[in-house]
Structures are given as structure tokens and as C-alpha cells.
Design a binder for this molecule. Sequence first.
Ligand code: SF4
Length: 425
Amino acid sequence: MTIQTTIQKEDSMIVQKEMIAGHFEKLAKAGETGKKVVYTFVPGNLNELIRAFDMLPVHPEVNALQSGMRKLSGGYIQEAEKSGHSEDVCAYVKSDLGMLKKGNVGPTGLPLPEPDLLLLSYTGCFTFLKWFELLKAEYGCRVVMLHIPYQAEGKITQEMRDYVTRQIEEVVVPALEEVSGKKLDRGRLEDMLASSARAEELLVDIWNSAKNKPSPIDAYFGGVFYIGPIFTAFRGLPECEDYYRMLKAEVDDRIARKQGPVTPDGEMSQQKYRIVVEGPPNWTSFRDFWKIFADEGVVMVASTYTKVGGLYESGFRHDPKRPLESLGEYCLGCYTNHSLPARVKILQDYIEDFDADGFLINSIKSCNSFSAGQLLMMREVEKRTGRAGGFIETDLVDPRYFSAANIRNRLESYFQMIDARRAGA
Ligand code: SF4
């Protein structure tokens, strides 16, 4: 059974599911409608630009996570391993390649179109490069790379902004013009960026709602649904704004009623632990994973994973007055493009701002980008905040690396640690 049939749904969740299903339908019909297709990754995606050319985006890692939720990824990973990809390769990549080998039928059961362009915004994860090299070998289509300088010093300089803006202007836009056969409509792009900024504002309000006690949202398990439209195919479109308005109204209603988030078993009655979480979730056993925490009365009040496609609380908004520059700034600011010291500071701020009892790292076996340095981060965050840090290990979409029993064991001692610190305080 999949998450879509087992988790209690709110109206916004149903709307989002329909939006995603509609997008996959458009992709399946791209051959008939003549729509051009751009494959691109979530962190640093240039959705407004792609959409301004009437092109349709495909996000390979979203297909992989959806395949994980639908229990399809295990078979795809085995298929990729049979053709020589090692056990240590990012499981998203293997799920995507396995899906391709098995006919490229997407997670909703509809065929996926081939890409007309592979648009690689390089935001801090080396795997992105290798992944598109493999897709280029399969499809033989054009690749455009937008190189995003790493935020090693923890800040974006004007040189970095100029460097990225120039590439968008001189490399990315001309490539999109050639592939789509259209000139860039700057007015249309600006309207989309204004819409993005409005949706971003709403999303920040939604994240901040977790400062309430009880928190009306779970910023991780619920949060992964909240980021769906804005991090993928819809940012810049009116339906994206509508979705966040609807979601905010639901959250405001829960605040007024002093209600917690909806969990796999319905309303959470008592919030015993407020936790900040670092790292992506496990998708193959998502419901069981969430339930382990919900059963213990854990509410996740902030999460770094739900910022991979934009750290909007830091103040960044897409800006129609500086269209290409703000697109570049967006890419530079993605969570995957931040250094370890910056990530430590983000976690520290979350713990303090959201008055968390502790923080938890879900270390992902096959995601080197997120996992490298996490133990060091844990020690440093503990030192700075005095709050308890917990460490568990799972994988994204490889079902061989999820053990509910191991996680429960680790968490048992983790919650004891939090209780002991509370008693000491
Ligand atoms: S290694 Fe991690 S960040 Fe990179 S593509 Fe895989 S899951 Fe994404």
C-alpha cells in the first residue's frame, strides 16, 4: 500500500496530488502536443525560465522518490546494479537509471518523454554532474551546465552573482531559445517571478507557524508535501500560489484551534518532543518512518531537507525587477550549496528559534552530499546549543537500508537523553 492511500489527507494534499498527476499527464502527451521537455534537478532549478518558454520540466530525483514511495525503486536499483552501478552510488541515480532501463514509465504509471535538453544547475552535489553524463549517454541530447560557485565562505559576493547571471544570460537563455524555437518573453518571466515571491512569502509563514505550541505543522514529514509545488514544476504558476494560500488557511485554522499536525494516525494529541531534523527522509518506508516519531509524540518543528530547493526564511525572494540576477541568487543560496559551518549555524538557529528539545540527524547511506561531516556537525551543534543530538541511518529509496527496529532502539536512548536533560534543567 502506498502513502497516498494510508495517510489522512487534507484538502491541500488532495489539490497537490492532482497538480502532480496533471503534470505527469502533460509529460506523457508531450509528443502529441509538441511541448519541449527539460530535465533538471530540484536544487537550483530555473522553473520560471523553463516555463516562460512553455517547456515542461522533469525532475529525475522527484521521479526516484515517488518510485520509492510506490515501492518500485528496489527493483529499479537492482536493475541498475546488474548493469554495473555499485551499491554505494546514490540510490536516486540507480532508481532513475533502472526506471529508464525498464521502459521509462514514470511513478504514476504514464510514460515519460525523452528530454530535449538536460539543464544542469550545479549546486554543490557532484553526483548531479555524473547523473547527467549518464543520461546524455542514454539520450544523446544537448546538455547545458550552469556552474554555481560553492558558498565556501558562507556568503554570496557580487562577483559570484555576476558570474552566474552572465551564464544565464549568455548560455542558458540562448540554449532554451534554440531548443524551444521561441524568444524569451521577459514580461512573462517577470510576472512569474512576482508570483514565485508571493508563494515564497506564504511558505515562510507556514514554516514559522511551527514556533507555536502546539505546532500546527510537522515541518519534516508534513513539510515534504508542503515543498512539492514550489520546489518542482509549479513555482511561478498561479496554481502554485493558490496551493500555498489554501495551505496557509489550513495551518491558520489549526493554530486557532490549537491543533497539531495530521499524522499517519490522524491528529497528534500530545506533542512531547519538539525536534529539528537534518537530512532527507527515507521514502521506501515513509509512513512507518513517520509513525515511529508520531507514536512517541514527536513533532518536527524545522528541517534542513525541506530547504534544498530554497532557504526563503533568510529573506531571499525571486525578484521581477532583477529577473536573471535573482534566478542566479536563488541557485547560489540552495542548501546543498552551503558549507558545513553554515549548515551548523542554520541548525543552531532553528533549535533556538523554534525552541526545540533537540535535533536529529538522519544520515543517508548513499547521499554523500548530505552525509559527509554530519557527525562533526552534530558535536558542534550540541556544544553550541546544549540540546541533545541524535543520529540514525537510513537510505533514500533503497529498501535494503531501512530497519524500523534499529531506529526505534536508537531513538529510545535518544528520548531518554532528552528527558534526562529536561530533568537536570
Ligand atoms: S548524492 Fe544526495 S544530493 Fe546528490 S543527487 Fe544523490 S541524493 Fe541528491
